[in-house]
Ligand binder design. Structure first.
Ligand code: HSE
Length: 290
């Protein structure tokens, strides 16, 4: 039996749509073994919601690897899920990565890390959750439709943390991508491109002094705000409440902020309170980069 731990991830981080991502301290556990018949058990998050049959995403991802090597084996999979489903914290990337990594371990590690990244990203369609879920840290990645190119940086764990307000409703990434425009203006492209590039330079130099300017976005957040009541208010007022920057977590509906650890609780209460003012139940999580 193999046991794999996969972290939640926050993608985009404001300007880095489909490019930037970070792994945070909340984990799904995937246990996998060969078996006489297919058996899937889901515990915690997604129990009674996620399918426990061959359409389960962890199984489908593992099956891709099994088929590639021509094995005929069946699997027993046990999922101990802690990452909230369809909330912008990389639950599908964690499922895909968990399936591919666990089965690779069971088969005696025939795949390299680059092969795992490419298989998982081809299933997910974008690399910004998959890459940090596999490598940890803060990652910059590019998917050319076939292959992923990436770099990983470490983030300081001591003072900074992520506060994530998780609303009670689900938002599928596919639905949150449908509201995005086909074309954007050159001005908006430059707005995001310059911020993403400078963000990476700041992470490389461990300088977080102007995160508020860096984490703004014109490519996806303005279009997604209609799907997430309270989002604009939280983003516009987050800085007054101690957040150094605030942005949509992945495709949403969760909203993430970066702050000093001492300010995290106050910021989390503000974010949840604002969702509540818009009639949305929510909770907040304080997570460390990992
Ligand atoms: N970059 C993706 C998006 C992340 O924003 O659609 C989804 O988790």
């Amino acid at each position: 039996m193999v046991r794999v731990k996969v972290p939640a991830t926050i993608a985009n981080l404001g300007p880095g749509f489909d490019t930037l991502g970070v792994a945070v301290s909340l984990f799904n556990i995937i246990e996998m073994n060969f078996s006489d018949e297919l058996k899937i058990e889901v515990l915690n998050e997604g129990k009674n919601i996620l399918p426990e049959n061959e359409v389960n995403l962890v199984y489908q991802s593992a099956k891709k690897v099994i088929d590639r090597f021509g094995f005929e084996r069946k699997l027993h999979i046990r999922l101990i899920n802690n990452i909230p489903l369809a909330r912008g914290l990389g639950s599908s990337a964690a499922a895909i990565v968990g399936g591919v990594v666990a089965v690779n371990e069971l088969l005696g590690k025939p795949l390299s890390m680059d092969e795992i990244i490419n298989i998982a990203t081809n299933i997910e369609g974008h690399p910004d959750n998959v890459v940090p879920a596999l490598l940890g840290g803060f990652t910059v990645s590019l998917f050319d439709g076939e292959k992923v190119f990436y770099k990983k940086f470490s983030l300081p764990e001591k003072e900074l943390c992520f506060v994530v307000a998780v609303p009670q409703f689900h938002l599928k990434t596919s639905d949150a991508r449908k509201v995005l425009p086909e074309k954007i203006s050159l001005k908006d492209a430059v707005y995001n491109m310059s911020r993403t590039a400078l963000f990476v330079a700041c992470v490389a130099q461990k300088d977080f002094s102007f995160l508020d300017v860096l984490c703004r976005d014109k490519l996806h957040q303005p279009y997604r705000s209609s799907l997430i009541p309270g989002m604009e208010e939280i983003i516009n007022r987050g800085m007054e409440k101690g957040l150094l920057s605030v942005f949509l977590s992945g495709a949403g509906p969760s909203i993430a902020g970066i702050c000093d650890k001492k300010d995290a609780e106050k910021a989390g209460k503000f974010m949840v309170g604002t969702f509540n003012n818009f009639g949305i139940k929510a909770k907040y999580l304080i997570l460390n980069p990992c």
